[in-house]
Design a protein around this ligand. Structure first.
Ligand code: NAD
Length: 509
């Protein structure tokens, strides 16, 4: 589809959505109170029913029953479902990507990249199914064996955010399934159609390989539906991705029933650019991380901390790149910045820019709204704002494309500024000086879960553990040993002797 922004018609997008859903094998849902909108025009694609309290309860019950059998299926066999899912995702990569664009407003390459990330994590999970390693350790007692084994945990409740409507689900679900858990998914109420599609593909994958499709349940609706999942004692782990505000509500409720929580919350990511940095490379990394996905990634670069000697030439390069960014219809090739998700996101951006100006900030470029096809569509030029200090608005996460620029003179000062925010997700340093790079990665360097050198803050690979510290919630998902969050550990001591020695040499005779 190639259209001037102002000519886009919702009727065309509705038809596009209907065709994609058909290709993905999704039955038209029963109309209801939940509205699936496209940020491309702000218009309604279709409506569907939110899950009732009884339906949520029944979904959890089905997942709980399915778990009892699923946990005994050998992990490499459980992986067959994920292998089939990966094949279906590969077959429907473009379809699902198009649906992500329609529902979340991501540009085509990023939307397809998100589906590719799902495929990548499926492959990781398949390999993992043969590597759920426990450990053995020397026992202090003769004739004894001491070891740790990992077992399936139970029902995993997945609550996901609008901005990664499919990848975050796959990170959780592919790993949880090979670990022997079952899943109840509460997607964002902003992206119910991608959820229907993923749920359909997974159930189809399960049926295709002769596994129980009830291992996956979908419940739809707003916060109240999520709250029911959070409060249900049958849900062993609540893996929640979204704002810090949501995490602050969810974590105490799960803790109150001694459930487990895996939190992936907001970030306020920064990059330090030192005098030795390759400014050309830094500019490319910064522009993708700050303006990509219209600033709506948890890892979006929101703060640039540039050495005073390079700040001006760097800003010249960044502003010149920003002026060339095409903002517009994300379905159109060549567009690099799509719409904000909704009016609230736009209002949040406006309010943050006003506060930054009141604090003495100066807009270097961008920040203005571009006329879209409808007053309910929100297209903006990504903004760069030079700040005199790291004021309150800079320390908050505004989920929109605003890059605040701060300057420093000494690396210690830069690291202090870098860490002086409540969130701790992603971070980078651009430098060609190894001492500076190592200083940034050291224990008293970046305090984030992700710390990069000479690449931006966004666009993580699935192989590493993903997540952040402080108000980002401390959870880790995706690669490395994140799987341990989805399993329970048992320590086993086996006595193969004829004696019964006690640990610590205790005698009880
Ligand atoms: P949000 O917090 O508004 O909603 C996220 C999900 O939580 C939705 O499904 C929502 O319905 C649900 N929810 C909200 N309140 C709830 C409650 N009280 N109980 C149970 N569920 C509840 O976030 P959003 O606007 O969809 O997404 C943007 C936010 O997510 C940003 O802050 C972003 O940084 C963050 N995010 C973090 C990561 C990460 O991995 N760290 C990834 C993606 C997004």
């Amino acid at each position: 589809m190639s259209h001037a922004l102002t000519d886009l018609a919702i009727s065309e997008l509705r038809e596009l959505a209907a065709n994609v859903l058909r290709r993905l094998g999704v039955e038209p849902p029963e109309p209801g109170e939940l509205t699936a909108r496209t940020p491309i025009t702000g218009g309604e694609l279709l409506t569907l029913r939110a899950s009732t309290t009884a339906e949520v309860d029944a979904a959890i019950a089905r997942a709980d029953t399915a778990f009892r059998a699923w946990r005994t299926v050998p992990a490499p066999q459980r992986a067959a479902v994920v292998r089939r899912l990966s094949a279906l995702l590969t077959e429907h990569l473009d379809d699902l990507g198009e649906l992500v664009t329609l529902e979340a407003g991501k540009i085509g390459p990023e939307a397809r990249g998100e589906v590719q990330e799902m495929i990548d994590v499926c492959e990781f999970a398949i390999g993992l199914s043969r590597q759920l390693y426990g450990r053995t350790m020397p026992s202090e007692r003769p004739g004894h064996r001491l070891m740790e084994t990992w077992h399936p945990l139970g029902v995993v409740g997945v609550i996901s955010a609008f901005n990664f409507p499919v990848a975050v689900w796959a990170w959780n679900t592919a790993i949880a399934l090979v670990c022997g858990d079952t899943v109840v998914w509460k997607p964002s109420e902003t992206t119910p159609l991608t959820a229907l599609a993923c749920h359909g593909l997974l159930r189809r994958a399960a049926r295709d390989v002769g596994a129980d499709p009830e291992v996956h349940q979908l419940i739809q609706g707003a916060a109240a539906v999520g709250e029911q999942l959070v409060d249900d004692a049958r849900v062993a782990l609540v893996s929640a991705t979204g704002s810090v505000r949501m995490g602050q509500l969810v974590a105490p409720r799960v803790a109150a029933r001694f459930g487990r929580c895996l939190l992936e919350l907001g970030g306020n990511n920064a990059a330090i650019v030192t005098p030795s940095a390759d400014l050309e490379l830094a500019t490319r990394g910064i522009v993708f991380a700050a303006a990509g996905t219209a600033g709506q990634r948890c890892t979006t670069l929101r703060r640039l901390i540039a050495h005073a000697d390079v700040a001006e030439p760097l800003l010249d390069r960044i502003s010149s790149a920003y002026r060339q960014l095409r903002v517009g219809n994300p379905l159109e090739e060549g567009v690099l910045v799509g719409p904000l998700v909704d009016a609230r996101a736009y209002d949040g951006m406006r309010a943050a820019l006003d506060r930054a100006l009141t604090d003495g900030g100066e807009v270097v470029c961008g920040g203005e709204r571009i006329e879209g096809p409808d007053e309910n569509a929100f297209y903006v030029r990504p903004a760069v704002v030079r700040m005199p200090a790291q004021t309150a608005v800079v320390r908050e996460e505004t989920f929109a494309p605003i890059l605040y620029v701060l300057t420093y003179h000494d690396l210690e000062e830069a690291i202090e500024l870098h860490n002086a925010v409540p969130q701790g997700l992603s971070s980078s340093i651009f430098t060609q000086n190894q001492r500076e790079a190592e200083r940034f990665l050291a224990a008293d360097g970046s305090d984030c879960g992700i710390a990069n050198v000479n690449i931006g803050t966004s666009g993580a690979e699935i192989g590493g553990a993903f997540g952040g510290e402080k108000q980002t919630g401390g959870g880790r998902e995706s690669g490395s040993d994140s799987w341990k969050a989805y399993m329970r550990r048992a320590t086993n001591t086996v006595n193969y002797s004829t004696e019964l020695p006690l640990a610590q040499g205790i005698r009880f005779e």
